[in-house]
Design a binder for this molecule. Sequence first.
Ligand code: SF4
Length: 323
Amino acid sequence: MSVQCKICPRGCELSEGEAGNCRARKNVNGKVTLTTYGFPCAVHVDPVEKKPMFHFLPGSKSFSIATAGCNLHCRNCQNWEISQAKPEDVPAYELPPDKVVEKALEYKCRSIAYTYTDPVIFYEYAMDSSIKAREKGLKNILVTAGYINQKPLKEICKFTDGANIDLKAFSDKFYRDVCKATLKPVLDALVTSKECGVEVEVTNLVLPTLNDSESDFKSLVKWVKENMGAETPLHFSRFYPNYLMKNLPPTPGETLLKAREIAKSEGLKHVYIGNISSPDGENTFCPSCGKLLIKRTGYSIDTNEIKNGACPQCFSKIYGVWQ
Ligand code: SF4
């Protein structure tokens, strides 16, 4: 009997024994089954800043897991060895949800991050781990491309505290050409996650010649401001040649500075540039009085002045999860 997977907009129709486009989900006895449930291929303890999450328990550790497979096929993928592989070809650990939580606590993490590939495709594993994590006082973070249907998204948002969602470009053509996906479901996921009370940060990886023009940045930034709010943290990230895009050069530093300038002039309050060292590119300032609140070097926190979620100088509330 064939069956349809309703997790992501691809809506794969699977005949008995067939795997979906993401490779992680399969029709087993007429039921869509996550074959990687409890078997992550990547397990690390990361600084939460690496996600990147800059407004979420700064300086804390996040227990980070992924399973093989992905529902996107980005030509520039940094994790293509696991995201574009068949799960059966990738070594994995045995780590059911209760063990994930146990390990996270053992390593003194404050959160669990579902990351590296995309939690959309290991949905049930991320969901069950999130529920168990909450029971033990841990928070949950989704690091995702946001290519997910609304119903499962709303369900998992009930157990999600933070999310870094890629907005790869404000262009459907880019999504089709570079990621084999479409833009609209991602925009809907960004808005819905925020509406559900998740602390959402947005990442835009800047690819030379493909999404790096002034008008590319302007349209993306305007959409974020109008639909998610000016307080939404936006990370412009530097691209390094990888996978099927070794022909492109790394993103020039000036392009990232330009992107940040445009975002700030359009009114976004927290704009960062990452994967490159730059003066103030990773620091958090009070949008009201300009005080330096969090000074970062790479993934480490040098100083954090935020007190009770507010600026200690002008007492303005700063968007984020601070305790
Ligand atoms: S999650 Fe995987 S199997 Fe399900 S619809 Fe998306 S690509 Fe297909």
